[in-house]
Design a protein around this ligand. Structure first.
Ligand SMILES: [Cu+2]
Length: 459
């Protein structure tokens, strides 16, 4: 091999250079994923040992070990993502899915990540939260030229600090993140005995604005997203977090939406043990049942799963546990819509009258023949439990704690079997019925006076 060729090959290890054909041959084959299911643990076969994480509705990217360097290959590309059964979104992501695969390395590892751009526009990858050379930080224009469509760039750095990080583009960021481009990164501590837990989960909070009946997110939406997701899935498409009773759990949650999310766990207390900035000393932690995760932050919570049952884990902003149909609707409680639906249906095909007694009727809407949903659209509230509709969507899943669960078993164990006499129940002597006279009057066609807004405060 002549000196020139040798130098070209060497260039593959340098960021900010479009890689030559010779170097391309040296790039590891990208590994792809074709579904949104939670994949089994990726147990390391090369490199130093660590306890792998479970990515909720996701997977970890296999690597190739070459000359003591862990080599990964990310492919930025358009993908199809199952948001929940019944809805597919056309997103942008990495290696077949959005979010991209979780990258797992060990503190001190030499890491090389090839990034191939198969998008119709330029991109870059920023490794959020990491200590690295400035030129590897992935801010297009500031620290590197953008990666043009068809180009492959290579990033190379030492994973200096253990913790949970994220990756996302720093090029046409609003569009690319609204399209789903992001992923998790876990740097495991080099001491495999440090902060050991039995099950270690990771996922990102993300959000989309996909209008009912469509497949593509609106990318100029700033705050009014209509699908609030854990790793680009909504309930009941989100896998449950499972645990054997008494096990210690860690759940690492990163927020790449445009608003904060108070993540609330039922039935247990937890401590925040890690942020993207590092591990929190024991003496500085306090007990919580809700952790507010601000935009661009990661929080790792830890707890003992000691209470048997199916416990809700969700964002406490109630509109974040609803799907697209829940947004921009007026409050119709107590207002009869008799006749309105017929009038409107003639003008607006598919018009739906709803909400006279609240919104729970929406959870059964898909099954109601006279209220068909638009194509590729999930009901506003969904999920069936053993006692009826759960009436949730969006950022909601369950922590399922069971007496017996094998070590590597992450499958949904089904509904919790409650011990006898331990479920809230109807009392035998009912109260007198609620006086519904007002609603009845409305049904009989009583006129409603609508007060017009005054002056500038029309909203
Ligand atoms: Cu939220």
């Amino acid at each position: 091999m002549d000196r020139r060729k040798f130098l070209q090959m060497g260039a593959a290890g340098v960021a900010m250079s479009a890689v030559s054909k010779v170097a391309l041959a040296a790039i590891p084959e990208p590994v792809m994923m074709d579904n949104a299911d939670t994949q089994p643990l990726l147990t390391p076969s090369t490199g130093r040992p660590y306890h792998p994480v479970t990515t909720l509705n996701g997977w970890s990217l296999p690597w190739r070990m070459r000359n003591n360097v862990k080599e990964f290959h990310l492919v930025a590309e358009p993908v199809k993502r199952t948001i929940a059964p019944g809805m597919i979104a056309n997103l942008w992501g990495y290696n077949g899915q959005s979010p991209g695969p979780t990258i797992e390395v060990v503190e001190g590892d030499n890491v090389r990540i090839y990034v191939t751009n198969k998008l119709p526009e330029h991109t870059s990858v920023h490794w959020h939260g990491q200590r690295l050379p400035n030129g590897m930080d992935g801010v297009s224009g500031l620290t590197q030229p953008s990666i043009k469509p068809g180009q492959t760039y290579v990033y190379e750095f030492v994973a200096r600090r253990a913790g949970t990080f994220m990756y996302h583009p720093h090029a046409d960021e609003m569009t690319q993140m609204a399209m789903g481009m992001m992923g998790s990164w876990v740097t495991h501590p080099k001491n495999p005995k440090f902060m050991v837990v039995d099950r270690d989960y990771v996922f990102l909070l993300n959000a989309y604005d996909i209008k009912p009946g469509s497949y593509l997110p609106k990318t100029n939406t700033m705050l009014e997203f209509n699908l609030w997701t854990f790793n680009s899935c909504v309930f009941p498409g989100i896998s449950p977090i499972v645990a054997k009773q008494g096990e210690k759990l860690r759940v690492r949650v990163g927020n790449l939406t445009m608003t904060n999310h108070p993540i609330h766990l039922h039935g247990h207390e937890f401590e925040v043990t890690c942020t993207d900035g590092g591990w929190i000393p024991k003496t500085a932690r306090w007990p919580e049942v809700t952790a507010d995760i601000a935009v661009g932050q990661m929080r790792a919570i830890e707890f003992f799963a000691d209470e048997l049952g199916d416990w809700a884990l969700h964002c406490h902003k109630s509109h974040h546990t609803m799907n697209a149909m829940g947004h921009d609707l007026p409050n119709m409680i107590g207002i009869s819509q008799k006749g309105i639906a017929d009038t409107f249906s003639a003008l607006v095909p598919g018009y739906m009258a709803m909400g006279k007694t609240g919104m729970s009727e929406m959870s059964d809407m898909a099954e109601m023949m006279d209220m068909p949903l638009p194509e590729n659209t999930l009901p506003m509230m969904m999920g069936k439990g053993q006692f009826g509709p759960i009436e949730m969507g969006g950022m909601f899943t369950t922590l399922k704690v069971r007496k017996n669960l094998a070590k590597g078993d992450f499958k949904d164990p089904g509904d919790y079997k409650h011990p006898k006499d331990s479920v809230a129940k109807k009392v035998s002597s009912d109260l007198p019925p609620v006086n519904n006279a007002k609603n009845n009057l409305l049904d009989k066609g009583m006129e409603i006076t609508i007060r017009k807004p005054k002056g500038q405060m029309a909203h």
